[in-house]
Design a protein around this ligand. Structure first.
Ligand code: SF4
Length: 350
């Protein structure tokens, strides 16, 4: 059954934190910007257009849901309850910080049938977190994750490669720790410099270097390969401007591309093909038509960089197979190769 989110973006005006990448406006005396009437209006509008026989979750994104008062959380959850009771939506998901999870919070969320909690972990390197003005020990991430799981709630983790103080190695270490935690799903948001953030000021003072698109692809190739090889569902790689750069938030600099995930996937295939071309001198490729766009890359970038390549559609092959010079390779083999190559390129750090 197809899955849809009904996104409700809740600002957290009362947030006492000041993460360097966040442009959350602080407004005294107001906790959030979405009323219960707004909430119901958004849900009703989505229900009109979404297919009836789909799995729909109301998704509270945008702020730190469990950072707002228990009463306000309850109000929102009550607002969704009538839709859940009538079977019009099937679940609730929300995003929050690891240090805003405790039993009191989870008891209430469980009571209102919250199905997934996404933790904004960002990094599992404490130095990186400190430089990003997130002051909690990484043990908090482990504690929150196991507590969420113990309540039978699905766990999601959000990662931000490229934060201040991060490196290729520290971001890969973070993803390895995430794999140990074994969440149900992960989102990967390469760091962007957003207007009116402390990070923009750090950048202007020369204290933060732009996380380039090239570097972001390099790190995300390995991050995504590791996650996929460990059967962790990757919901999203890269920000979506309409969703995440809303409220006038503008990216000043950084690793943004509207089809970032496709770029990463295209590079994974390119590296595999390039290597084979160098060894075997030619590439006679057969692949399912659904895989062709990944093989040729965005704007046929891969085809232009490969010398002797011929591609034929063969829909008898699955989308996780590719036949090259008469040998079939699985996607897992390609991802394993990606990890091996990256290890060599990065001085045995893997
Ligand atoms: S990222 Fe979340 S916790 Fe950090 S300042 Fe923004 S709203 Fe607050």
């Amino acid at each position: 059954m197809k899955h849809y989110n009904i996104p409700i973006f809740i600002s957290h005006f009362g947030c006492p934190n000041a993460c360097v990448f966040c442009n959350q406006v602080k407004i005294n005396g107001r906790e959030t910007d979405v009323t219960i009437e707004d909430l119901k209006k958004i849900i009703d509008e989505y229900l009109e257009i979404l297919p009836k026989d789909s799995y729909k979750e109301v998704a509270f994104f945008g702020g730190t849901f469990t950072g707002i008062s228990m009463e306000k959380q309850k109000e929102y959850l009550e607002g969704v309850k009538e839709y859940l009771d009538k079977g019009m939506v099937q679940g609730i998901r929300l995003s929050t910080r690891p240090d805003y999870i405790n039993e009191e919070v989870l008891n209430q969320l469980k009571k209102y049938h919250v199905t997934t909690i996404e933790l904004g972990v960002q990094s599992l390197d404490e130095e990186v977190l400190k430089k990003s003005a997130r002051y909690y020990p990484i043990e908090k991430v482990y504690e929150a994750s196991s507590l969420i799981k113990s309540y039978g709630i699905n766990l999601g983790i959000q990662l931000m490669p490229g934060l201040p103080g991060s490196s290729y190695e520290s971001d890969i270490e973070s993803v390895k720790k995430v794999i140990e935690i074994a969440p149900q799903n992960v989102r990967v948001y390469p760091t962007l410099i957003i207007k009116d953030t402390e990070m923009e000021r750090m950048y202007k003072r020369g204290e933060y270097e732009v996380f380039t698109l090239e570097e972001a692809i390099k790190r995300c190739r390995k991050i995504c390969s590791l996650l996929e090889l460990n059967n962790i569902n990757i919901i999203r790689v890269g920000l979506q401007p309409s969703e995440d750069l809303r409220n006038g938030g503008v990216s000043v600099e950084g690793a943004f591309h509207p089809a970032f995930r496709e770029l990463v996937d295209g590079e994974i295939y390119f590296n595999f093909l390039k290597n084979l071309e160098e060894i075997q001198g030619k590439l006679e490729i057969e692949a399912n038509e659904k895989l062709i766009s990944k093989i040729v890359g965005i704007k046929k970038k891969n085809l232009k960089r490969l010398q002797k390549v011929k591609i034929v559609i063969n829909n008898n092959l699955s989308t996780s197979e590719i036949k090259i010079n008469d040998k079939i390779y699985t996607r897992k083999e390609i991802l394993r190769k990606e990890i091996g190559e990256s290890c060599e390129q990065n001085s045995n750090k893997c």
